[in-house]
Design a protein around this ligand. Structure first.
Ligand code: G3P
Ligand code: MG
Length: 239
């Protein structure tokens, strides 16, 4: 039997979906990751002006849809017809900026998700409670790893749920900060930039009781180097 996601080693996390071969953070990229057997997909969430959770990386729509606007200033209806695929290639024309609900529905009953909480130009009011409520309602709490560079948002997530898996991102990278944050939140994992990872770092983090999941690695030799160092998995655009 395939082990559940939290026991998979290495845990291969499709960064923004299979984003080397399909437009990042679209259903096409997530479905491709699923077909390739990735155990988990990573994606980034923002909140619209009418407080819906949507999946894209940047706080603005410009790079992936060509529309010069900020997500926080758009309603869900404003996003509905935008083309988030053509920038990547003509055959992806018509891919949308998906809602979080649509992504979860597309992933099916076996995959796990790493949901990264992004920030807009202003704080997103109520994003964390909306997220935890949705994950609970749809039965995803045990298949979700919630991460962010914004520690205050992870603190809010932990207050909302005592055991949901939390992953710590730190920028600029600091081992001391990462460990302190992981302890405070009883985090499941720390996600360092791949170039920072050494054997000593892996050992220190493991001694602290957290998993080590570096981002983002695509070159086979870099994946092999990290696995030799004993990381528990990694983020890749090419799962
Ligand atoms: O969560 C790992 C990675 O996604 C963090 O950076 O900018 O790709 O969201 P970014
Ligand atoms: Mg991300």
């Amino acid at each position: 039997m395939t082990p559940r996601w939290s026991e998979r080693r290495p845990l291969i996390i499709a960064h923004r979906g299979a984003s080397a071969d399909a437009p990042e953070n679209t259903l096409a990229a997530f479905q491709l990751a699923r077909r390739r057997g990735a155990a988990m997909v990573e994606f980034d969430i923002h909140q619209t002006s009418d407080r819906r959770l949507v999946v894209l990386h940047d706080p603005t729509l410009t790079r992936t849809t060509g529309v010069r606007a900020t997500v926080a200033d758009c309603s869900l209806a404003d996003l509905a017809d935008l083309d988030a695929g053509s920038w990547f290639g003509p055959r992806f024309a018509g891919q949308r900026v998906p809602t979080l609900e649509a992504v979860l529905a597309a992933l099916g009953p076996r995959m796990a998700v790493n949901i990264e909480l992004k920030s807009g130009p202003r704080p997103y009011p109520g994003l964390e409670v909306r997220l935890v409520t949705m994950l609970r309602r749809l039965g995803w709490l045990r298949r979700a790893l919630i991460s962010s560079f914004h520690f205050d948002r992870l603190v809010r997530v932990r207050r909302l749920h005592p055991t949901v898996a939390i992953g710590i991102l730190v920028h600029p990278w600091s081992l001391t900060t990462a460990i302190a944050r992981a302890r405070r939140l009883a985090a499941w994992s720390i996600h360092p930039p791949a170039r920072e990872v050494t054997a000593a770092l892996v050992n220190r983090l493991h001694a602290g009781g957290v998993l080590v999941l570096p981002y983002t690695v695509d070159r086979p030799e870099e994946k092999a180097r990290l696995l030799r160092l004993g990381v528990d998995g990694f983020f890749t655009n090419d799962p």
